[in-house]
Design a protein around this ligand. Structure first.
Ligand code: PMP
Length: 306
């Protein structure tokens, strides 16, 4: 239930959501021609702060570059527009969705005869998988749908069309009674969730799939690797086989929406203690301390609104 009067930034101007419309004949509607970001703004003692905004804007532009979409704004302009959008909507904490898409022009597959439009929307959004799952862990199934091979759809682009693949995995998982899916890559190695990166803990060591495993280069993934190393843990990026998930002491998801979500079971096998593991809890708490501005921002990850 979105407020139809909330302000949406569209190509440089603010419109009420009910007026922020595009044509049904836009290229994006027919061919999925969009790249987007998912970002969070958190309430802190010093006002709202956006987490890793610069990195998210950079990734939006990189996704656009892969698809030869020329965004007619600079990264600084989009950065500032995001801050303005939160301010005009008077939100203390929110989820932020900038999206760049091919608009209304011609309808052949050739994408170059359509304008490149950009919209920014913000809204309040709680725990992505669930409040209870953040404490007790989520129940996950491995999907029969795999991530696209590297020469099919580029996974480093956060593109709308990639989420058709994610939707198949998510639908299947829900049909089987799971909260979310884990997908394997084209070779059968562990890749990621439908909208999350994945980590495992083995004998006190933290392991996550490497970039060769058809994963999105998650900004939360990078944050957790950095936080874990700051805490003195060993982190390695590896090719991970499916069965290592079952045998891991702990498994958790990361994502801007999912934050740090523990996993308690995979394919009906209990993981570790069958609830949030101790290292997951430590990293989750540390992550929330960082995003909520409760600990010193040593990596300069927060952009305060005021
Ligand atoms: N993988 C996929 C497929 C995703 O959709 C997301 C969410 N953007 C992630 C990983 C996590 O990325 P990030 O931490 O940058 O949100």
């Amino acid at each position: 239930a979105f407020d139809e009067n909330m302000k949406v930034w569209m190509d440089g101007e603010f419109l009420a959501l009910k007026d922020a419309k595009i044509s049904i004949l836009s290229h994006v509607v027919h061919y999925g021609s969009a790249v987007f970001e998912g970002i969070r703004c958190y309430e802190t003692e010093n006002g709202p702060a956006v987490f890793r905004l610069k990195e998210h804007v950079k990734r939006l532009f990189e996704s656009a570059k892969i698809y030869k979409m020329d965004i007619p704004f600079t990264q600084e302009e989009i950065f500032d527009a995001i801050i303005e959008t939160i301010k005009v909507n008077n939100l203390k904490s929110c989820y932020i969705r900038p999206i760049t898409y091919r608009g209304f022009g011609e309808l052949g597959v050739n994408p170059l005869n359509c304008p490149v439009n950009t919209t920014i929307a913000v809204w309040e959004w709680g725990a992505y998988i669930g409040e209870e799952e953040m404490k007790q862990g989520a129940n996950i199934g491995i999907s029969t749908w795999r991530k696209p091979a590297p020469d099919t759809l580029p996974v480093l682009a956060k593109a709308g069309a990639n989420y058709m693949n994610s939707q198949l995995a998510n639908l299947e998982a829900r049909e089987h009674g799971y909260d979310e899916a884990i997908m394997l890559d084209y070779q059968g190695h562990v890749a990621e969730g439908s909208g999350e990166n994945i980590f495992i803990v083995e004998n006190g060591k933290i392991v996550t799939p490497d970039l060769g495993s058809s994963i999105l280069q998650g900004i939360t993934r990078d944050s957790i690797i950095t936080i874990a190393k700051d805490l003195g843990y060993k982190v390695s990026e590896e090719v991970i086989s499916r069965e290592r998930l079952y045998l891991a002491d702990e498994v958790f998801f990361t994502g801007s929406a999912a934050e740090v979500t523990p996993i308690r079971a995979i394919d009906n096998r209990q993981i570790g203690i069958g609830s949030r593991g101790p290292l997951t809890k430590e990293l989750q708490e540390k992550y929330f301390d960082v995003v909520n501005g409760k600990t010193e921002d040593i990596h300069n990850w927060l952009t305060y609104l005021e």
